[in-house]
Design a binder for this molecule. Sequence first.
Ligand SMILES: C[S@@+](CC[C@H](N)C(=O)[O-])C[C@H]1O[C@@H](n2cnc3c(N)ncnc32)[C@H](O)[C@@H]1O
Length: 371
Amino acid sequence: MADHLTVGRVAELAGVSVRTLHHYDQIGLLTPSTRTIGGRRAYSAADVERLREVLAYRRLGFGLREIAELVDDPATDAVARLCRLRGLLMDQRDRAAAMVTAIDRELEARAMGIRTTPEEQLRVFGARLYDNIGSAYPATRRTEPRIAARIWDALGDARTVLNVGAGTGSYEPPDRDVTAVEPSAVMRAQRPAGAAPCVAAAAQSLPFADQSFDAAMAVSTVHHWPDPVAGLREMRRVARRVVVFTYDADDTGWRQRFWLTRDYLPEFADLLVGWPSLADLTRAVGGRAEPVLVPWDCADGFFEAYWRRPEAYLDERVRRAVSVWTRVGPRAERRAVSTLREDLATGRWAERNRDLMALDAAELGLRLIVA
Ligand SMILES: C[S@@+](CC[C@H](N)C(=O)[O-])C[C@H]1O[C@@H](n2cnc3c(N)ncnc32)[C@H](O)[C@@H]1O
């Protein structure tokens, strides 16, 4: 009993009322495993673990009945449940970041005397990150031919290809039978006329039978999935071959080498906390990872693309097409951009990064996983 917590102590630690805990007990959501001699509720470590899950789902806005189903799900173990919870919280964080961006935009518009339409005001609430930032995507994001060649080569002789997190269709091989999957309506709407058919779905639950494609590919998208390992397993399930373009989040070497994250945007590291390692991702599909260098004149404007063209990061259009800038928040973005602008003007950036000018391509942690 000594290792059990009283109802009062649990309520105090968790920041909920004793009445709430009594209610959870009455409805069978969280019944403490034992009682003191005086008949008071006593919570074991396992009870506390369950309560933590219940409260996290409450914070995410789930109803008590839904929560009961989630925490009692016999198909998942504790680690899988924590991963699911983490994914949902990340999704919520992304939605909040998207909302901050939309509000900032509205404030700027109001300052210039422009009123947003009722549709624009409401769209913010239902939006996923890419429903909010997606319209800025096509300005600078397109197929980089040298990276495409690597991806298409890795697809081998696959005739039917599933492109998961397909966005506007970059990197879709023109000579194969492609089916795209994309959850954001804004991204789907921007696919060019004649692009491959696109299904509204998400990686973690692909609406296809086992082994229904020769290959499945995913480009610059895995870091947006609420449960990357589950999504990769889904790709493995529906396709005989899997090709994933992503980055090695646990190699701190490239983050230190890349001047943007090292000197201007250290907040980038926070986005990677808890992110599965490259080994986890590779294991999920049973494949191997190969480095992909970023050419100095990379045509696809992803986060690392302008490593030898620093002025590009001063361009709002470049930043709006890369989710990192929304995710770190407006304060970090403003500070990073103004410091970079200053360092470019004073020659400090050039002084620090002189050696980069001699390179044609850089190793910045990007990887191609092939299975
Ligand atoms: C950086 S874009 C990459 C798009 C495209 N693959 C490309 O290379 O241009 C990331 C895409 O992942 C999509 N995405 C976000 N969450 C997803 C999920 N759970 N399953 C599949 N795709 C997702 C976004 O909507 C967005 O279109």
